[in-house]
Write a protein that binds this ligand. Structure first.
Ligand code: NZQ
Ligand code: ZN
Length: 387
């Protein structure tokens, strides 16, 4: 186990009707608020009205910026920064899924930075300060509601890049708000949270039984309950568990003391940047392909994944077979959620594979992943397996 420091400053307010606490909570940080949201979902569900009411009851002045799109854009971030600076806004409230929250994160960092906000993504500038912000999560998936990560797409080049900013000051998590989610978004979210756990699970670090077992517990829960929320997102008791699993999966408490991978996420970000596919859908296509390419690097770990998470029967005389059965079980799980399983299913042409692979390594300037370090040629093989 490696040395680590872990600190997570985000306050979580979890449960039914908790969105009504947003005004009082926001008032602890500011009086002029940027209310940031996506398309029409929060207006259709009535959440928008509830939030505005709660903010007004607490005498908070509201400035609005809606219209964040999935795979959020840099142009919207710039608009938000300008709005905050022009109006001396002192707090941002993001209401929506991961895209809205990530957009708010980048605005938060950009407001307090003298240079161009894209520097955080392109030049790796470290964020020193940010405007405080809070969230109401409406789509359990990304874990962004309790972490510092943020992924933004540059409009003209379609580069989709990650950066780190402040954590949210608070996040309100009420699974009742998920009842309006379209089924495919529920599934995308389930796939994404499972992926965050697998990115941590496949590691070369040893003596990590505690986090192994914690990750397995969450993976098993997601595999068991994921199909249930997919069938019925209005089932609060099930969705509440999935919601919390999604938050813990990516709040960085489960990667303490261990190296993590992230190659599949990096390849997926190229895919969703270039082709605007949903993040979860891209992951469902790529994860089994990545596994098939790397599993022989540590057959024992993959066999452990197969037996402990998917209850595959352990063939002690053929660990490779056990390991492979786990990958097939993962594909079967994705199928139960009606996820796409090939690049073809996503309408991504085979002719794009070379470009996707070389963009992921910035033309072999960097490698991706830690479990196995991948060069362009490796990523190309993975994409061919995902065809
Ligand atoms: O825009 P609206 O109308 O709100 O509709 C959204 C959107 O179309 C809809 N939706 C959200 N909540 C709803 C709802 N519809 C009905 N009822 C509700 N309760 O769902 C659609 C997708 O929303 P989006 O926010 O794009 O999805 P998600 O939460 O999956 O976020 C994906 C983005 O997060 C990034 C992804 O790359 C992608 O850009 N990620 C961020 C991470 C982080 N910051 O830590 C980690 C992840 O690995 C990921 O990369
Ligand atoms: Zn993800």
């Amino acid at each position: 186990m490696e040395n680590f420091v872990y600190q997570n400053p985000t306050k979580i307010i979890f449960g039914r009707k908790t969105q009504n606490q947003v005004g009082a909570e926001t008032a602890l940080y500011g009086k002029k608020v940027l209310l940031h949201y996506g398309g029409s979902s929060i207006k259709k569900s009535g959440l928008y009205d509830e939030v505005v009411k709660s903010l007004k009851e607490n005498n908070i002045e509201i400035y609005e910026l809606g219209g964040v799109v999935p795979n959020p854009r840099l142009s919207m971030v710039r608009e938000g920064i300008k709005l905050c600076l022009d109006n001396d806004i002192d707090f941002i409230l993001a209401v929506g899924g991961g895209s809205v929250i990530d957009s708010a994160k980048a605005i938060s960092g950009g407001v307090k930075y003298d240079g161009d906000v894209w520097d955080f993504f392109a030049k790796g500038v470290v964020c020193q300060d940010g405007l405080p912000y809070g969230t109401i999560l409406t789509l359990p998936a990304t874990g962004t509601e309790m972490n510092f990560r943020c992924v933004i797409t540059k409009d003209d080049t379609l580069e989709k890049r990650g950066a780190s900013f402040l954590n949210p000051s608070f996040s309100i998590l009420n699974a009742e708000l998920c009842a309006t989610l379209p089924k495919h978004q529920v599934a995308n979210g389930v796939v994404d949270m499972l992926a965050h756990l697998m990115e941590r699970y496949f590691t070369n670090t040893t003596n990590i039984d505690v986090t192994d077992r914690q990750i397995e517990a969450l993976m098993k829960t997601i595999v068991e309950l994921g199909p249930e929320v997919y069938q019925d997102p209005t089932n609060y008791d099930v969705y509440a568990q999935i919601m919390w699993a999604g938050t813990v999966a990516h709040n960085y408490s489960l990667c303490v003391g261990r190296e993590t991978d992230w190659a599949t996420h990096q390849i997926e970000h190229e895919l969703s940047g270039m082709y605007d596919v949903a993040h979860g859908a891209g992951l469902a296509v790529l994860f089994p392909a990545w596994m098939k390419y790397v599993y022989k690097h540590d057959v024992r770990r993959f066999a452990q994944f197969a037996t402990r998470v998917f209850n595959v029967e352990n063939d002690f005389f053929n660990q490779e077979k056990t390991a492979y059965q786990g990958i097939l079980a993962l594909e079967k799980f994705y199928k139960s959620l009606d996820m796409p399983l090939t690049l073809r299913d996503l309408d991504i042409p085979e002719s794009s594979i070379d470009e996707l692979a070389s963009n992921t390594t910035r033309n072999d300037k960097i490698t991706q992943g830690n479990f196995v370090k991948l060069q362009t040629k490796d990523i190309k093989e993975i994409l061919l397996l995902a065809r």
